[in-house]
Design a protein around this ligand. Sequence first.
Ligand SMILES: *Cc1c(COP(=O)(O)O)cnc(C)c1O
Length: 368
Amino acid sequence: MPRPILATIHPQGLQHNLHRAQRAAPDARVWAVVKANAYGHGIERAFEGLRAADGFALLDLAEAERVRALGWRGPILLLEGVFESRDLELCSRLGLWHAVHCDEQIDMLAAHKTHQPHRVFLKMNSGMNRLGFPPARYRAAWARLNALPQVDEISFMTHFSDADSPRGIVHQLQVFNTTTDGLPGERSLSNSAAMLRHTAALEGTSGLRSDWVRAGILMYGSAPDFPEHSAAHWGLEPTMTLSSRVIGIQHLKAGDTVGYGSTFTAEGPLTIGVVACGYADGYPRHCSTGTPVLVDGVRTRMVGRVSMDMITVDLTPVPRAGVGTPVTLWGRAPGGTVLPIDEVAQAGGTVGYELMCAVAPRVPVVAD
Ligand SMILES: *Cc1c(COP(=O)(O)O)cnc(C)c1O
């Protein structure tokens, strides 16, 4: 029997969350963001749940090829555009739309030989200071692109840095609005946090429409603004379950310690379960005593340090547990109880995004 750790992807959860995204932005088309191998879910497995999207957004050309190989004929957007000139050949061949965020990418387009003009998304740096043209140079970049025979339609995009927090999006929205004023073309704004938290700001009150929203983390059942709001608050369902089993039991007496560094000491008699899951599976090593875990669907806590291949859990709330008892590290337990990935991420000092992207290659993945 293989080691019992397993990641299970839930296509129905993806479908449900995509629908939630569509309801959050009813007038917009939805890019399903599937970068990083669909946030660790696997593009091929996630595709089944996300095929009702209007397009797929990603940034790795090999991933774009995989989406086309699945038979997807609709829009695919390269969020970071091309990295070198010959990437444009693949864009022409596969009909990929691509972001243009710097002068070098315009130079490459100007030198590109194609019979098929490209649809591009001109990216503005409206304050995040990652990719994009600064507002002062944005219209000149547009004019340059607009004069190229290699370019078909030009759309406008920007990315919000604080959609999940009090600073919000209005300052960036105003910059974007002012800078694009009067230019013809579709607009793409909004990550998950903006879609869930700032719908009013995007719906006309500012005079700004978003023709394409970019839904990422919400489709994967994690709340972009946890702990202020939970996935359940936003009506999202888990899309990935990481599960394993108890492989050993230890009976401790007062004063006994657990694991490397003896970071946990039993105050009295305590039964602990040893679970086949460790940091080499992608379980965050920064999780320590107190991190929630489900044993046979019952919520309990991790104790001691995360090892490479094992963690140890308090079995007090589940006295019936023994070797072979199912354990849910995050996601949905067999009985239906959910342990939100965001709670585990928080205990490890990180975010749900990182946990789902970091499930290790040695963990088998199946879809239910
Ligand atoms: C990753 C990404 C998104 C999706 O962000 P979420 O927070 O996962 O919704 C949207 N737009 C761009 C440009 C991205 O890189």
